[in-house]
Design a protein around this ligand. Structure first.
Ligand code: NDP
Length: 246
């Protein structure tokens, strides 16, 4: 399907995991894609190659989401290279967990910078270029809704902030025809939460379906929200969590 034909999407943290699956899916739907990454240039280049092999244009930009100026520059580069910006996916996130005493001010600062400030800053930069049909989609977390283990407070706090941002921006940008939504994955098989990891069986057991998601299953919902058929969905928190929170 070419629902996103002619569109340009920017995916933060698009080099691996959920972000890479989103970048590939949006390209399959017809979009040209700019993806950011922090350090793994090789992984980013492989995603670019796969998108180009699918017949779409792609660009990888090294941009640490903790640095507002790097994010803004990535947005500007996307527009300079491909001429427009229709879809922003705020995906990059850090997962710093541990007991309260073990998490210092630096951990708090890093988590808030990447998981909270970055989506806000990127949204501000991106929507300047968007018209009717624009899409802002952020990636939240299931543990913001149900903190199943101790040690999740900082991460859950940061992801909960995206609920408020999503509602506030949806209200603000609705009159311009731009929708803003939050996709909330359940446990998803990526480098940061491998389905073969030591706690994976317990974690999968918290879901109703009894398994991890594939990144492509999260990407499918992001692609739907990015498309024209989702124009009446805004301000929503959309779980794709296998029943983790039921
Ligand atoms: P991965 O660790 O597999 O991939 C993270 C991606 O984000 C990589 O492309 C990485 O780039 C990039 N990235 C990390 N930090 C930064 C940064 N500071 N600036 C720019 N890019 C960055 O993560 P997941 O795919 O598992 O997670 C993606 C999102 O989904 C996150 O927001 C996470 O919180 C959320 N999530 C994940 C769940 C899971 O079970 N996996 C469950 C619920 C939510 P590089 O390759 O350069 O390091």
């Amino acid at each position: 399907m070419n629902r996103l034909e002619g569109n340009v999407a920017l995916v933060t943290g698009g080099s691996r995991g959920i972000g890479a699956a989103v970048a590939l899916r949006l390209a399959e739907e017809g979009a040209d894609v700019v993806l950011t990454y922090e350090s793994d240039a090789g992984a980013a280049a492989r995603v670019v190659q796969r998108i180009e092999a699918a017949g779409r244009r792609a660009l990888a930009v090294r941009a640490d989401s903790a640095r507002p100026e790097a994010l803004t520059a990535a947005v500007d580069e996307a527009v300079a290279r491909f001429g427009r910006l229709d879809v922003l996916v705020n995906n990059a996130g850090v997962f710093l967990v541990g007991p309260l005493d073990a998490l210092g001010a630096d951990d708090v600062e890093r988590t808030l910078a990447v998981n909270v400030r970055a989506p806000f800053v990127a949204s501000r930069a991106a929507v300047r270029h968007m018209g009717t049909g624009g899409r802002v989609i952020s990636i939240g977390s299931n543990v913001a809704e149900r903190a199943v283990f101790p040690g999740l407070a900082l991460y859950a706090m940061s992801k909960t902030a995206l609920v408020g941002m999503t509602k506030g921006l949806a209200r603000e940008l609705g009159p311009r025809g731009i929708t803003v939504n939050l996709v909330v994955p359940g446990p998803t098989d990526t480098d940061s939460n491998p389905a073969g990891g030591p706690d994976a069986e317990v974690i999968a057991g918290f879901t109703a379906v009894g398994r991890y998601a594939e990144p492509a299953e999260i990407a499918a919902t992001v692609a739907h929200l990015a498309g024209p058929e989702a124009a009446y969905i805004t301000g929503a928190t959309v779980p794709v969590d296998g029943g983790f929170t039921v």
